[in-house]
Design a protein around this ligand. Sequence first.
Ligand SMILES: [Zn+2]
Length: 453
Amino acid sequence: MLALPAALLLFATPTAADATRLAKSQSWEELYLAWASVEAKGFGKKDAQAIGKALAKGCQALLGDDAVMAYGLGEKSAAFSPTAEGLYCWGLAARRTEQRESAETAFRDGMKRFPRDGRFPLELGRLLADEGDSSGAAAALRAVPAKSKEAKEAQALLQKSRPPNAEEVASADLPPLPAGKPEAPRRVGGPPPPRAPPPSGLSGLGYESSVDGEGRRVRQNAYFRFLYFNAQRDFGQRADYEGSVQAALEEARTASRRLMGVAREQPVDVILYSREEFRLHHGPQAAMAIAGFYSESAIRMNDSAEITPRTQVTLVHEYVHAVMDELVSFNGGALPTWMHEGLAEYVEWRYQGQDRPTLDQAKALGSLARQKKLPSVAGMSRGPLIGMRDPALAYALAGCAVKWMVQKAGMPAVIELIRDAGQGTPFPKAFARHMGKELSALDEELSSDLATF
Ligand SMILES: [Zn+2]
């Protein structure tokens, strides 16, 4: 079935009938683009319900393949008409895209509106358990109605989350949640996508074109797999841009190998977005400033941003996330946030020939350290660093923590630590094993190091 081109719908206010029709033809991307910037107010109740229902369907359909778009659809669906399916899907998509505040909002709203539905308290319990909030998790899990389908699982989680001793509470290392559930701590994580091995004969830098299982054109070499976010776009339209992205990513790959001793073994997916798509997904600010970022197992590139020396540095940082994701076997919860961001940050500095953050940041950290006011690195273990009061300083501090590790034990030991944690060794244990020091020593030693700056 032919759907209306997205651009047409973008400039006219869509109707409830449009929403129903697009959902029926499973034109999820058009549905998303049509409603992304439409406010719910002004629609009558019946229309709002039909639109909410269509958007919830889109969210469910895309949850497995494109959590970012599913999130947009789920959030919009809840704004039009909060249904159990829409709220639940929004919450799950929020988990997969690491937007924990939204996830909590969706699950709590679901509990309030649909008190007999056990899925909401169960997922809220998982979310809180994953963050180490065992009492919050227990309260949520106890709210799962005894007669619901989820009751048994909630009971099992309640048993499991009861830590055997106080030490484990302190380190917040809850047992891993059942496999197959989203539990990404930051942009790294989520389930690894089904990934075809590179076509035989692809061993180097040369690119080959093919068509993937969903009919999208794909260009791939041994290290990268390029595809367009919009399946209708094709290679050749932006050949110059693709060429510069390929060169920039190749640069990031060699930098990673040089500075960390490792790079990706499997090719990394690189998804190319147009300016409009990037703006809709990531906001106008990002569309102007960000060349790309790593999320849900893919580097997502904004084709309106130029590859400049500054954006090249960012791509090195994002590529490091892709490497780490593979090092932990796509086990997103294996490492604390500060470790993910700190290593990416540290490699970024080294790539620029430095071994510290900017002079201003170094001074600010030094002054905090002397006043004994440095935030605890261990406290930055869950949730995005951008959620902290001064995000840039939090990244700088995380980078300093990794620098401390590299100085103590060397980069190969840091890489081994990451692999070890990915294989299931609790992070504090892996840290002690490879660093020769307890994790609890980190904050204090780092603080006295920084105080001398
Ligand atoms: Zn990062």
